[in-house]
Ligand binder design. Structure first.
Ligand code: SAH
Length: 274
């Protein structure tokens, strides 16, 4: 297959990734895999001798997945499922012999996408109760093992699938574009903005007598250390500067009010409110 489609868009090798469930016993797990496929952008599913199958129930559990469910192929043997593939990746809860090519999903995701440029590349999942047989694993060039705790290595089938499919999505570079940075996002605060902010904070703290029992130098150093860790942008630095100014302004106003009240002769009979 060519690596360029006629539209000129680079070919998305995920379209050649084939998900194969070997003798799945539980319809809910099939639906879980279908849903994960829709989440992660895989479309081709083959079921080998499923214990039960009902497309309506699957779309009832995994809504809006008809584009996948309508194309599910059901076959009798693994040989049949893998006949056209150029690469097969097995999956296993744990490494059972030293003779297989075990790998973590992150590394093998790169590998399957690379192989999928040349033709159908399959990932095979085993039965819920016994996993893949040795004969089935013999058909796999690599075997992906999702890291788990040692005591509990067997993942639910659909969850194991999701971890691996997620790695394939990330490796494909087709995950969604970076998170929006927000309207307010401006460049990092400049040295001058930071010094103005620290000056305003120090003056504000001084106005509220924060340094009465603390050394201003060490308080300011701690504040600098803490705020330096947050990589403030210009907007944030100006906001903190305003906090400092406001502490100063409010304190000044209160002091003025107090001074005026002291200078004024008491208003007898005046409640101060109209
Ligand atoms: N008792 C079985 C568990 C089967 S779980 C065993 O020990 O093999 C069903 C399927 O989910 C497995 O065949 C495999 O395809 C997948 N799976 C479960 N845990 C996994 C893991 N940690 N890494 C990779 N695949 C896993």
């Amino acid at each position: 297959m060519s690596s360029l489609e006629s539209s000129g868009e680079p070919f998305d090798p995920r379209r050649n990734v084939l998900v194969v469930l070997h003798e799945p016993q539980n319809l809910v797990n099939i639906a879980g895999v279908v849903r994960g496929m829709a989440n992660m952008g895989l479309e081709r599913l083959t079921l080998v001798g499923p214990a039960e199958f009902d497309g309506h129930r699957i779309t009832g559990i995994a809504h809006r997945t008809d584009h996948i469910v309508d194309r599910i192929s059901i076959v009798d043997s693994l040989e049949e499922a893998l006949a056209d593939t150029v690469y097969v990746m097995g999956t296993s809860a744990r490494a059972r012999t030293a003779q297989r090519n075990y790998g973590h999903p992150r590394a093998l995701a790169e590998r399957i996408l690379d192989r999928a440029l040349d033709g159908p590349a399959a990932i095979v999942f085993g039965r819920e109760d016994r996993g893949l047989s040795n004969e089935a694993l013999d058909r796999c060039q690599d075997v992906a093992v999702v890291p788990t705790t040692e005591e509990y290595s067997s993942l639910n089938l659909a969850q194991a699938f999701l971890v691996i499919a997620y790695e394939i999505l990330v490796a494909s570079g087709r995950d969604q574009p970076p998170f929006p940075t927000g309207k307010r996002s401006v460049g990092p605060a400049t040295g001058a903005e930071l010094e103005e902010m620290y000056g305003a904070l120090e003056s504000g703290l001084d106005y509220i007598d924060f340094f009465k029992s603390r050394k201003s130098e060490s308080v300011m150093r701690t504040l600098r250390t803490a705020l330096s860790r947050s990589e403030l942008d210009g907007h944030e630095a100006r906001l903190l500067r305003s906090v400092g100014y406001e502490m100063r302004n409010v304190t000044r106003r209160l002091q003025d009010d107090l001074a005026r009240a002291r200078d004024r002769p008491p208003d007898r009979g005046d409640t101060g409110r109209s």
